[in-house]
Each structure stands twice: as C-alpha cells, then as structure tokens.
Design a protein around this ligand. Structure first.
Ligand SMILES: Cc1ncc(COP(=O)(O)O)c(C=O)c1O
Length: 472
C-alpha cells in the first residue's frame, strides 16, 4: 500500500510490452481528416496519436490476462475456461444463471427479445444507445427517468446518474402489467458517466418490489461505480469494492454486461439472472444467435481474459488510479478555462463545446468543430455527443440536441500521465483559438445513426461542396 501522504498517484503497473505511436504533422492530419470527410470515425487509427474515441474494448490487458489467453481451452462444451469465467462472474454477481455473449448488445438483444415487445415499456436512468435501440427494435418504448438536476451539464451532484424514484413509481403505477423490467445503468454513460448511489439502488429496488417488476443492472462500469460509492457515499469508506459490487448485485434480479469496459477485456459480455424460466428462454435464443451456453459468442481464451480481468478491476490501487486520472484531466481543463460537464465521470471527460464555441450555432455543429480541431491540432480523436449524434428527428427534421459535448473517453491502463498532460496542452491551445474555429455542414448522411458515416465540410472552407439531399 502506498503512503497516502504523497500527492502523486502513480499508474499501479509498469510497461511490459509497447505499441508505437505514429507521429504525424498538423499538415498530415489536415489531409487525413479532409479525406475522411471531417468525420473522425472514418480516420485510419494509425493516423491518430491519442485515441479517446471510446473506452470500450480499447484497454490494455495485463500479463496475467495474456497468460490466461494461453490457458484458453477451446472445447466446444464444458471447457475449464468456461468454469473459470462462471466462477469469477458469480463471485461478484451471484446470479443463478450466467449466459456468455460476444458483447453487451448481444445480451441486450437476447433479453429484450424474450421480455419486451409492442405495448411494453422499459424504464432506465438513461438508456445507452444500443440498449434503447434493442428495446425499440422489439416495438417497446425506452423511457429515461434520470433524477432531476442531472439534466444541467454544469451542475451535476455526487451521484448525477441516479434514477428519479418518484417518476419511476408514478410510471409503474400508470403502466401496470406493461413493464417487463426496470434497468439501472452503472455508471450512467449517456449522462456524463455519472455514478448511481447504493441508496438510490435500494430505493429503486423498493419501488420495483412494490410493483412486482424485476430490476436489472446495465453493469458495464460496475467497478468504477462502486469506487465512487466508496469515495462519496456516507458510511462506505472502509468497505472493499468487491463487497460494494456484491451489494449492488444483491439488489438486482439480473444484469447485462459488456466486458469491454470493466471486464478489462477487448471483447465479451454476459447476461445473468435468477429466474429459471427466463434463463431457459434466453439460452435458447443464445444457441440461435451466439453459440452453445458454455461459450456463447466467445472463444475459451476470451473467457479466461475476462475471468482474470474481473479479479483485477476491483483492486483498489487500480480504481484509485483510474478514477483519479479522469479527474486529473477534468480538473486541468477547468483550470485552463475549458468548460466541462462537472464533476468528471468515471471513464470520460465531456467538454461543453456549445459554451466554448458560442459563435457556432448548434445546427453548425460546435461539437464536431471542436473534435476536428483537437484532431488537426494534436492528433487527438474524441467523439461528438451532440447535435450530429442526436439532432436528426424521426420525422426527418433537424433540431439542436440538449447539449453539444465532446467526449474524451479514456481507455483503461493504456495512456500515461504524460499522454494526459499532452491532451491537456492541446485542449488549452485549441481553446485559445476557439473564436476562429469554423462551423460545419453535413454534405452526405445516411438515414440512421448518421454520426458514424456522415461527411462534413467546414463552413466557408474552399472544399465546401454543394449539399446532397438524401431520400429517406
Ligand atoms: C452503458 C452501456 N451499455 C451497453 C453498452 C453496449 O456494450 P457493447 O459495446 O459491448 O455491445 C455500452 C457500450 O458502450 C455501454 O456503455
């Protein structure tokens, strides 16, 4: 244990194998992003210096995870790797049935195929995009009930991810028999990566019990959430994170999980539950779409990597470093006058591009403008979470999103403090030139999920082609 009197929290690992970063010039990057239609998803990752596009599946595995990969047993049924995975999952989440999937959305697809459908509704604190899409794909309604106060990007409380208990109660009262499951997402990714308190989970449980509705966790970032509980919730400071996680699990009837986050793996996920009948239905769907129940969508080696990842992710030294490094980036940006969603979340810092670039109206995409500038200036790839992502309405019209944010998501155990210092310097430099950044227009877009493939042109730039109108 480190003496806590030292201010510097070091990475609790040393580097064992290295992956080179390809250095590029600003001119190289201007060319690359222009060729990519100013869409950072369309860049070749080799042209990116610091990749903060997502924290999902992009982390570094440990020596022991790579060793686990060598131990992977690829037997079709009943492999020892499956039993190691099952034991690790049930140690933290003692649900009776564990169903392995290739990633989180496959677990969602199976569960909602089994329980949702037309006329049904699924409340969540805030649905992640794939969760919402999988609910809606069945014909059901996905309803966000995040607690009030969480909607203001500049004033988030200690547990800004919480569910609004009164609205949940009223919702369940108003829709008897039509809610197959209530979900709570920990941490609340689509809401600034903010955590959910144990007290809130207990209250959600009580409401669910009153209405006889099961409660599931979308547990992608369960360990980060548990660390926030330990740090911020009264009476939790001397607890082991493992025990907090077990208490979170004990309040739920099941879970969906993407092991690409707090599984510390590059692929994987699972669905778990106590209900025997539901588990049998889900296993049948698993066999149709993913694979046999003792490997699901995964190779034996992947099951080993996840099993080991689950041992490592609840270690306090790891979580202290992980959450501190996100806070370090956020606090430094605030000191430089860069507006961010406060307080920083567990896995990401969100820059408020609408405040930083007030000269760019939302329909000229301030988030896209900032994301492109961070890439051109310093090779940093981030993700617009704003009007590009959410502005196109189902009737074809376009409206400003609630906020125009740029997400800097931090891959786990991948970048060092000097990488983060570089990111801070680049953000500071770009913010001093904020007033000069151009807005963008979309010149080509698909009918759905346009942020992945749309092409843009800078307003007033020499390569601004005429807009293309697409049939919808
Ligand atoms: C909260 C949340 N739920 C579900 C998912 C889906 O997981 P996957 O990407 O493994 O399909 C994600 C992925 O980012 C997520 O953040």
């Amino acid at each position: 244990m480190l003496r806590m009197s030292f201010r510097t929290i070091i990475e609790p690992f040393r580097i064992h194998s290295v992956e080179p970063l390809r250095m590029t010039t600003e001119a190289d990057r201007q060319q690359a992003v222009r060729t990519a239609g100013y869409n950072l998803f369309s860049l070749r990752s080799q042209d990116v210096l610091i990749d903060l596009l997502t924290d999902s599946g992009t982390g570094a595995m440990s020596r022991d995870q790579w060793a686990g990969i060598q131990h992977g047993d690829e037997s079709y049924a009943g492999s020892p790797s499956w039993f190691r995975f099952l034991e690790s999952v049930q140690d933290l989440f003692p649900f009776k049935h564990v169903i392995p999937t290739h990633q989180g959305r496959a677990a969602e697809k199976i569960l909602f195929t089994a329980v949702a459908g037309p006329g049904k509704a699924v409340p969540n604190n805030t649905h992640f995009d794939t969760t919402r899409a999988n609910v809606e794909f069945t014909g059901a309604e996905a309803v966000d009930l995040v607690a009030a106060g969480g909607g203001d990007p500049s004033a988030l409380p200690a547990f800004g991810g919480n569910m609004d208990i009164e609205r949940l109660d009223a919702f369940l009262r108003g829709r008897p028999g039509s809610v197959p499951v209530v979900f709570v997402t920990v941490t609340n990714n689509s809401h600034g990566g903010q955590p959910v308190s144990l007290a809130n989970l207990r209250d959600v449980r009580a409401v669910c019990d009153r209405h006889g509705v099961p409660l599931f966790l979308d547990a992608c970032r369960f360990a980060e959430n548990a660390w926030f509980i330990r740090e911020r919730e009264s009476g939790q400071q001397s607890r082991e994170v493992r025990d907090i996680v077990r208490e979170m699990a004990s309040l739920a009837d099941g879970m969906t999980m993407s092991a690409k986050k707090d599984g510390l793996a590059n692929i994987g996920g699972w669905l778990a539950m106590n209900d025997d009948e539901l588990a049998a239905t889900c296993r049948n769907l698993l066999i149709l779409t993913e694979g046999f129940p003792t490997y699901g969508g995964l190779a034996g080696r992947d099951l080993e990597a996840i099993a080991q990842g689950l041992e490592e992710v609840v270690q306090h030294d790891y979580l202290r470093y992980r959450i501190r490094s996100t806070g370090y980036l956020g606090e430094a940006l605030v000191r430089l006058g860069v507006p961010i969603v406060q307080p920083p979340g567990g896995h990401a810092v969100y820059i408020d591009a609408r405040s930083l670039l007030p000269h760019i109206p939302p329909l000229r995409y301030p988030g896209q403008a900032l994301a492109v500038a961070l890439y051109e200036t310093g090779g940093i790839r981030s993700c617009e979470v704003g009007t590009v992502m959410f502005g196109r309405q189902s009737d074809g019209s376009e409206q400003p999103a609630e906020a125009d944010l740029v997400r800097l998501a931090i891959p786990r155990r991948t970048y060092t403090q000097s990488h983060m210092d570089y990111v801070i310097e680049v953000c500071g430099e770009v913010s001093t030139r904020a007033a000069e950044l151009p807005g963008y227009r979309i010149v080509e877009e698909p009918p759905m999920l346009r942020h992945f493939t749309a092409r843009f042109a800078p307003i007033g730039g020499d390569d601004e082609p005429p807009a293309i109108t697409l049939d919808r």
